[in-house]
Write a protein that binds this ligand. Structure first.
Ligand code: 5AD
Ligand code: SF4
Length: 469
């Protein structure tokens, strides 16, 4: 039994990161035979991809996917701790599962993901949610077979708060047959003061370029059209390896595989180099789309957040990126950070007016236990109502600019990777190179293909188009 420890999780050492090759022990191979599983995922793309690995591990043990949670023999919740409401959703689900377990005693329930890395959460589960059979953390997905083998003997908790190893070779069951996530860097060492991620995901550690390229080649050979390179801060890729390559070198190599679409998220402005900008500009299969979190437009708040850039440095980078033809730039913004005054918020509005983002994810600051900003929050005097008002004002502005940018695409022809059927009859949806959602008339046969679509209507959140024959 290993319990989580956020204080320990904060530590960073110079110890070399261990690369561990995963292999399923033969004795676990048939544990899932004749049984079904259901995995519920909360949070970011990193979690979605972890769930694809969890599904891969379970299927290698004989489990079969069940689309209906209530009918599954095994239920795993892959949780997120970025904000309070993510916590609440997972606890709400645990409440539902309590009832299910009363009716169906044999169902096995596991919890993993970022919430599992927090001792406050694990304490609460041990006290109030005794129907959970096992808990594992973000660093040890590979322990799942062992936990499933042992859960009948005791409630097992295996959560490591070490900096994290680099695990290669985990089985994967991908949700899509044409677009794929690829982890390139795990963890984060930025320690922005509001953020729990550096504690729950551990030290920044890059995968070797050869392992990533091997994965891209395999996906390309399997007919995949798009890969998204994933990391909390992909722009730090390679720095920890000391092998002389960085994200720009990796992007070049991935682009040279000729896979049709290459994306990458998320970028921290601090680590963005001119070479990376050139590479995005020069390779047509690197998509002209950058997610560049601003968080705040006030230098005072940026400093309190520990973001390492000023609003003018951000603008300078933004302007350079905007020189890439047809690029779309999106962002993340937090309002109501402790100490944010109306004047600070107005500076965020000023920045949004300057950048005119294609879209943005906006949040009210949510205190996370154990982070420095949570202490500032204790003396915060801004009311919740005021914060909601700021969010409302910000969202209205963001939506105006989304519409403004989308309208520029009217009557143009865009390449769209078709992802599925829309809710409307005989319509499909897909995404442009700049990651904008497009709906248009079409049938099932288009799914997984890149097609040309003429844009005929623009809204804030989507575009309507017509297939170009
Ligand atoms: N409260 C509100 N938003 C947060 N984010 C991260 N931590 C918090 C928090 N404690 C937002 C940031 C980040 C995005 C993934 O989530 O904007 O970029
Ligand atoms: Fe959190 Fe900052 Fe790291 Fe992003 S860069 S994961 S916001 S600490």
């Amino acid at each position: 039994m290993h319990l989580p420890d956020l204080v320990k999780a904060r530590k960073r050492t110079n110890d070399e990161v261990k690369k561990v090759q995963y292999q399923l022990d033969k004795k676990y191979r048939n544990i899932g035979k004749g049984k079904t599983y259901y995995v519920k995922t909360y949070g970011c793309q990193m979690n979605e991809h972890d769930s694809e690995n969890i599904c891969g591990i379970l299927e290698s043990m004989g489990y079969v996917k069940n689309e209906i949670m209530e009918n599954a023999d095994l239920i795993i919740l892959n949780t997120c701790s970025i904000r309070e409401n993510a916590h609440n959703k997972a606890f709400g689900m645990l409440g539902r599962l309590k009832h299910l377990k009363e009716e169906k005693k044999d169902v096995v329930i596991g919890l993993c993901g970022c919430m599992a890395q927090e001792e406050v959460v694990v304490d609460e589960i041990l006290n109030k949610y005794k129907h959970v059979n096992f808990i594992f953390g973000t660093h040890n997905l590979y322990d799942l077979p062992k936990l499933l083998d042992e859960h009948k003997k005791k409630t097992n908790i295996e959560v490591f708060s070490c900096e994290g190893d680099l695990i290669e070779g985990l089985p994967v069951r991908r949700d899509s047959s044409f677009k794929a996530y690829i982890n390139i860097i795990y963890g984060c060492d930025k320690f922005c003061t509001y953020c729990i991620v550096p504690y729950t995901r551990g030290k920044q550690r890059s995968r070797l370029m050869e392992d990533i390229l091997h994965e891209v080649e395999e996906l390309k050979n399997d007919g995949y059209q798009e890969v998204t390179l994933l990391g909390q801060n992909v722009n730090a890729y390679g720095k920890d390896l000391g092998l002389g390559y960085d994200l720009s070198d990796l992007l070049i190599k991935v682009a040279e595989t000729k896979i049709p679409r290459v994306r990458f998220i998320t970028s921290h402005p601090w680590d963005f180099t001119d070479k990376m900008i050139d590479v995005i500009k020069n390779y047509p299969n690197i998509m002209p789309y950058v997610h560049l979190p601003l968080q705040s437009g006030s230098d005072k708040v940026l400093k309190l957040m520990g973001r390492r850039y000023t609003s003018s440095e951000y603008k300078e980078l933004f302007d350079k990126l905007k020189r890439i033809p047809n690029i779309a730039i999106t962002t993340d913004i937090i309002v109501g950070f402790p100490g944010e005054t109306k004047e600070d918020f107005d500076k965020t509005i000023e920045m949004v007016n300057y950048c005119k983002y294609d879209s943005a994810f906006t949040f009210i600051y949510s205190p996370r236990v154990g982070t420095p900003a949570a202490k500032l929050y204790e003396n915060d005097t801004t009311s919740q109502e005021e914060k909601e008002q700021r969010l409302y004002e910000l969202n209205n502005l963001i939506n105006e600019y989304s519409l403004f940018n989308n309208s520029k695409l009217l009557h143009t022809t865009q390449k769209v990777l078709v992802e599925g059927l829309s809710n409307k009859d005989e319509e499909v949806y897909g995404y442009t190179e700049t990651n904008k959602l497009v709906n248009f008339k079409g049938n099932q046969d288009l799914i997984g293909k890149i097609v040309k679509v003429k844009i005929i209507d623009a809204k804030s959140f989507s575009l309507d188009g017509e297939l170009v024959e």
